[in-house]
Design a protein around this ligand. Structure first.
Ligand code: C2E
Ligand code: CA
Ligand code: CA
Length: 718
């Protein structure tokens, strides 16, 4: 400051000195004078106040004792360069007080020169900015947050929402904006006064916060309107569940200061990025429109901006409400599907499958409500009910004198992770005095592979209760073999999708047989599910599968029907019965050959028909359903090839084979080429080889039948 020219008044040197001293004493800025070393020559009282150093402590010291450590060397070098070249520097700088606290200041440095213009001193004047910055922060906060609830306000909401939308666009995900508007808040505000209204809004904000996930942003838009932004929306259902949860949070009275209780309900309007707009404003307007619609519907509702979504949502909502009630009203039943031992053909146990007897709807299959129950959390209650009901049934069957029946129940992912499963199982087993090994839990591969380490721990805990564990839908997930061997399971279930075309698709067949081999290597039982045909059962039996489950033996049936099956001793036709239904016709003009053949095939269990001539053979074919025909080639009346060519036309489904001792090649080749003959066998034959060939012919026949049925199904479905 050039005091000499201050306001064009001429001052005496003495006056100047006095004024300078007074100024230095009373200013709130710290003043510091150094020589060129620089060593501190003088500081004012404000310096002491700001830095905490007394004058005596700093005189003769280098000002670097105030260094904060926040700036690098280049920063200080720049200051010195500026001072040397321009005689001046100004900027914000972080310094350190004596107590170690770092603070910001605005520092102005000047070089003071003598009359010859040579620098002699440095003068520093510093304004402490820390208070100022705090105010700035507060201002910032005031601009972005609602002072009543402390929630982000519209300004910040829009900024954040825009940010969310940009991310959603980059990551190609959806986002939802939920506008929450309190029903009849105005009435409360008017009748109880604004102070009560304000207190209520604070309480509402508090309840809303309890329903959010960490990543959700809640803001207050205005008055009684709040906004929630849902990022990375995978399914619409998520926003519906949240809307439901918000409404639920409002249930229960808000108690006012005077002890009065008020009730608040919330309407929710939902807009979704991208279909309802791609800017924050557009989505907020959409949500606002939707919330008005929700109010028109009578409040305590939610509405989408896009009306098509409302239709779907209403149905889901209705289903959800009905589901909740269904538990109270005991509308669920368990059906039981037998698991059958492939060796004995006897019932080995049952899988319990839940059904919902929804009034006015009939029997609802689980795939229509389990996914919903899984999402809204009802599955934990429902799942616990299933376990209790299955155990109750096991004990009821035992009382009825039925041999104790093993029942498997399905466990959902959420139920498995929920934490209550172990306790529910333990309690239920004790309550119904069920032998733990008679209860099996079916866990799907996919739910175990999500968090395999945790899964191992949970399964181990369950196993320690003595129950059995089965790996359901095996082959559809992505089990790593490393984990598979660590899962303490007792059984694997080959998924229905592989069983379905096990006879026709080599890929499915390989998977199925590999699973069987793998399970047996790990000393686990293996069950194939969805077995519908004898051919499938036969194939699985031949490949060593232990049990099957499927429509071939029985659909899932009510408990009484299942008990009846057990009482009757219902059995899956064993291999003998299966072969009995296989009819083989052998035609040869030499009776001795027929006798030998009868002997060779005696153990195979076929229904064996013999004929000594083509004519006799045709007669037998007319009277009996025959699948495989073996004919001699050289016969007096009609050659084998000719006989089989006729049969081909009459009974195209039959598998036809010729035997010949002579190399009567020309005719035979022709017959084969015309499709009249499937194979020809040389005479004399090896007994074992012959048996193999005939078995193969029957399997071939059964394979064709399955194929044909599947094709028919395909044609039938448009
Ligand atoms: P899942 O565990 O794979 O059950 C087997 C499904 O295959 C059952 O369908 C059963 O009726 C059906 N099925 C059995 N044999 C055959 C067959 O030969 N052919 C055909 N096409 N299907 C057959 P359902 O009862 O509709 O159950 C479907 C799914 O719902 C079950 O699949 C299971 O994941 C779930 N589920 C059923 N009950 C419960 C339960 O109590 N709790 C849980 N969490 N999920 C359940
Ligand atoms: Ca299952
Ligand atoms: Ca399954």
């Amino acid at each position: 400051m050039d005091i000499k020219n201050f306001s064009r008044v001429s001052w005496s040197d003495e006056e100047i000195l006095r004024i300078s001293a007074a100024f230095l004493a009373c200013t709130r800025d710290a003043v510091i004078i150094t020589d060129l070393t620089p060593r501190i020559l003088a500081v004012n009282p404000a310096f002491t106040k700001i830095t905490g150093y007394a004058e005596a402590e700093v005189l003769g010291e280098n000002p670097r004792l105030l260094k904060s450590g926040r700036h690098d060397r280049a920063f200080y070098q720049a200051i010195w360069i500026s001072l040397r070249e321009t005689g001046h520097w100004q900027g914000e700088i972080w310094n350190r007080r004596k107590d170690g606290k770092i603070y910001p200041e605005l520092l102005t440095l000047n070089t003071i020169c003598n009359e010859q213009g040579e620098p002699t001193r440095y003068l520093g004047v510093a304004t402490d900015l820390s208070q100022f910055m705090k105010n700035e922060e507060r201002l910032q906060h005031m601009a972005h947050y609602d002072s009543l609830t402390g929630l982000p306000n519209r300004l910040l909401l829009e900024a954040r929402l825009q940010h969310t939308l940009e991310r959603a666009s980059r990551e190609e995900t959806r986002a939802a904006v939920l506008l929450i508007d309190l029903d009849c808040f105005k009435t409360i505000n008017d009748s109880y006064g604004h102070a009560v209204g304000d207190a209520l809004l604070v309480a509402v904000a508090h309840r809303l916060r309890t329903r959010l996930r960490q990543e959700d942003t809640l803001s207050r838009l205005a008055g009684d309107q709040f906004v929630l932004v849902l990022e990375a929306l995978h399914e619409y259902l998520e926003s519906e569940i949240l809307a439901g949860s918000i409404q639920e949070a409002m249930e229960g009275p808000f108690v006012l200061q005077d002890g009065n209780k008020v009730y608040v309900r919330a309407s929710v309007g939902i807009s979704v990025y991208p279909q309802d707009g791609d800017t924050a404003q557009a989505l907020l307007i959409g949500a606002e429109t939707a919330v008005h619609r929700a109010k028109e519907l009578g409040g305590k509702q939610f509405c989408y901006y896009t009306s098509a979504l409302n239709v779907q949502a209403r149905a889901t909502l209705a289903m959800e409400e009905a589901l909740r009630l269904a538990l109270e009203r005991e509308e669920f039943v368990l059906y039981y599907q037998p698991k059958v031992d492939l060796r004995s053909g006897r019932i080995a146990g049952a899988e319990a499958l839940v059904r919902w007897l929804r009034p006015d709807y009939g029997l609802v299959p689980p795939l229509e409500f389990i996914p919903l129950a899984e999402k809204n959390g009802l599955i934990e209650v429902l799942g616990a009910w299933v376990i209790r009901e299955a155990c109750r049934q096991i004990s009821a069957w035992r009382e009825e004198g039925l041999a104790e029946i093993k029942v498997a129940v399905n466990v959902s992912a959420r139920q498995f992770r929920g934490g209550a499963l172990e306790a529910v199982v333990a309690k239920t087993l004790t309550h119904y005095a069920v032998t733990p090994s008679h209860l099996m839990l079916e866990l799907t591969e996919s739910m175990l592979m999500e968090e395999p380490e945790e899964a191992v721990a949970r399964m181990t805990a369950l196993k320690s209760l003595g129950v059995l564990l089965s790996l359901d839908d095996f082959g559809t997930g992505y089990s790593s073999l490393a984990y598979l061997s660590r899962f303490p399971i007792d059984q694997m279930k080959i998924d229905r999708s592989f069983v379905n075309d096990i006879i026709t698709d080599p890929g499915s067949a390989t998977i199925a047989t590999s699973v069987i081999a793998l399970a047996h290597k790990m000393r686990l039982g293996v069950v194939a599910e969805g077995v519908e045909t004898e051919a499938q059962a036969g194939y699985l039996r031949q490949n060593g599968c232990d049990e099957i489950q499927g429509f071939l033996f029985s659909k899932p049936v009510p408990a009484e029907e299942f008990a009846a099956l057990v009482r009757q001793g219902a059995r899956l036709p064993g291999p003998e019965a299966l072969r009995q239904s296989r009819t083989l016709l052998v035609v040869d003009d030499e009776p001795s050959i027929l006798t030998v053949l009868q002997r060779v095939l005696a153990e195979e269990g076929y229904n064996l028909l013999t004929a000594t001539s083509a004519r006799e053979g045709l007669e037998l074919l007319a009277k009996n359903p025959v699948q495989v025909i073996l004919s001699d080639q050289r016969m007096p009346e009609m050659s084998g090839a000719e006989f089989l060519s006729r049969v081909k036309v009459l009974y195209p489904d039959t598998i036809r084979m010729a035997m010949t001792g002579y190399s009567d090649m020309a005719t035979l080749v022709q017959a084969v080429n015309e499709g009249a003959i499937y194979k020809f066998l040389g005479k004399p034959w090896e007994a074992e080889q012959l048996r193999d060939q005939i078995r193969e012919a029957f399997l071939y026949y059964e394979g064709i039948m399955v194929l044909r049925r599947d094709c028919a199904c395909l044609k039938a479905t448009p």
